[in-house]
Design a binder for this molecule. Structure first.
Ligand SMILES: NC(=O)C1=CN([C@@H]2O[C@H](COP(=O)(O)OP(=O)(O)OC[C@H]3O[C@@H](n4cnc5c(N)ncnc54)[C@H](OP(=O)(O)O)[C@@H]3O)[C@@H](O)[C@H]2O)C=CC1
Ligand SMILES: O=C(O)C1=N[C@H](C(=O)O)C[C@H](O)C1
Length: 233
């Protein structure tokens, strides 16, 4: 499979390593929005920056190249990307987190939220910790976790960064050098605390998931998620 890497930073370089190990070819690696022919590639993998992601995704969809995006912080344009995908009969997957472990954690989070919905004495909060170069806060993964809780728990209807309000899930974002990504969910009552945590030890889990998604999407059309790729949930 010929892969275009749109964004060749920490993730782009990790994806290159995993893709080569799995027998793929990297035909484009770029940190620019233009200056390459995307049609050289069978599939594009975008791990760029929030302000560039939608432009990169839209270009791939308009030119008929399936696109996998892991960039976070651009979701104001997500519905527009879906519309473009449908109009162009394209293929698109966005995931806030491509690792298998986090996708299992997403399901565990929803299951726990459903049980905790009956126990009003517990209050939920989310904490995410990432490296100091991260541009967005809260992390895309923390937002997906909050949305998962909201979908199952009748007490909460929105999330807020660093704020405690009624019916709201507070998310705390910490930045510590070299942390690949840690997400914790806490339910606290006056008598005890339940905590679940996912800790990424390296970026290779995210990268492997993105390459597996790229392999999976070839030959398909539509808007998909990692749940489709991994057949879980
Ligand atoms: N979904 C998931 O599983 C994961 C998602 N992420 C997300 O992926 C994104 C990238 O993360 P990471 O690799 O750590 O970040 P980096 O900052 O290391 O890499 C981003 C790269 O994008 C480049 N870039 C800037 N503008 C463009 C453009 N117009 N087109 C293509 N590339 C461009 C940057 O170049 P320059 O430095 O020259 O500006 C940089 O090399 C982030 O949004 C992060 O949150 C990260 C890990 C896992
Ligand atoms: O920027 C990162 O590094 C990461 N970003 C993603 C996010 O925002 O959730 C996924 C992962 O946690 C690493």
């Amino acid at each position: 499979m010929k892969i275009a890497l749109l964004g060749y930073g920490k993730m782009g370089q990790t994806i290159e390593k995993i893709a080569l190990e799995r027998g793929h070819e990297i035909v484009i690696k770029t940190n620019e929005e233009e200056g390459y022919d995307i049609n050289q590639a069978d599939v594009a993998i975008d791990f760029s920056v929030p302000k560039a992601a939608f432009f990169n995704i839209a270009k791939c969809l308009k030119l008929g190249v399936p696109v996998i995006s892991g960039t976070t912080g651009w979701l104001d344009n997500y519905e527009h990307a879906i519309k473009l995908c449908k109009e162009n009969n394209g293929a698109f997957i966005y995931a806030s987190n491509f690792s298998l472990g986090v996708n299992i954690f997403f399901e565990l989070n929803k299951h726990l939220a459903k049980m905790m919905s009956q126990l009003k004495q517990y209050h939920v909060s989310i904490e995410e910790i990432h490296h100091t170069e991260k541009l967005d806060a809260p992390s895309g993964t923390a937002i997906t976790l909050a949305e998962g809780i909201i979908s199952q728990h009748d007490e909460y209807n929105k999330w807020l960064l660093n704020q405690n309000k009624k019916q709201t899930i507070p998310i705390t974002a910490k930045r510590i050098a070299n942390v690949p990504g840690t997400h914790s969910i806490e339910y606290k009552s006056n008598t005890d605390t339940i905590n679940i945590t996912h800790t990424a030890h390296t970026r290779e889990g995210f990268a492997l998931g993105a390459v597996v998604a790229a392999e999976w999407i070839l030959g398909k059309t539509g808007v998909f998620s990692m749940k489709d790729v991994l057949n879980i949930g």
